[in-house]
Design a protein around this ligand. Sequence first.
Ligand code: ATP
Ligand code: MG
Length: 262
Amino acid sequence: MCKVIAVANSKGGVGKTTSAANLGFGLAKKGKKVLMIDLDPQGNLSQSLGIKEPDELEYSLVSVLEKVINNKVINDKEALFHHEEGLDLIPGNIELSGLENMLERVIAREKILGAYLEQVKQNYDYVIIDCMPSLSKLTFNALCCADTILIPVQAAYLPMRGLQQLIQTIANAKRWINPKLEIEGVLITMVDTRCNNTKEIIEKVRQAYGNYVCIFDTFIPKSVRLEEVAATGMSIYTYAPKSKPALAYEALTEEVLSHEKI
Ligand code: ATP
Ligand code: MG
């Protein structure tokens, strides 16, 4: 059984890509077969996984999804990149913006990614989808095919305010398009333990949402190591083993694995 986890928040710069990448690497380190999908025209996940110029790629998520739309056969390995730390990746790039416009004219436009995953997911234990920072048609494709949504939120007062709206959107997606959809958990990121507000913010999130969505016990500290690692194409575990963010993402991986048993 494969679990599809979409990492999403319509707010930008909250640690979606960093969390998707290092959760994926963490699961691979635990022996899981993991496929990463870069569903963001910025191509940041692809870059974080070592693809220097995603916009130059001939084969990418777009070429695959265009084939789904046009009912053409997809070669198994088309657009599939293998990372030496044990992950597979379907890279995304700027062409996803064009696809977003094209979806306008496609019937069942929110089901295209799901149709592709149906063809490949039997080869994997986990598929992790890195979403773009908006509730676009591409993001709805993720909401439509995911089993769960992992929501990174930045530990700051203002970004927290969008969380309610996002949870409502996920509830609507569950009601109308994907009845199996659940929230994997809310992940508090970029935590600066020296900041007085931080504890208060974490406490407020737990009080406001803790009763009806999982708030991960693990939070991700603010760390320059995570800013640096994106440019290296490595995981945080290889780049800075035993660092605080490496231990935090390891703990997050354990929490996600523990949800398997529920
Ligand atoms: P976008 O909405 O643009 O897709 P995002 O939500 O995917 O952004 P990231 O790209 O993961 O966010 O992170 C934004 C920036 O913050 C990046 O430069 C990243 O390296 C950095 N960053 C991520 N997590 C942390 C952290 N815990 N501490 C410090 N910097 C971080
Ligand atoms: Mg991102």
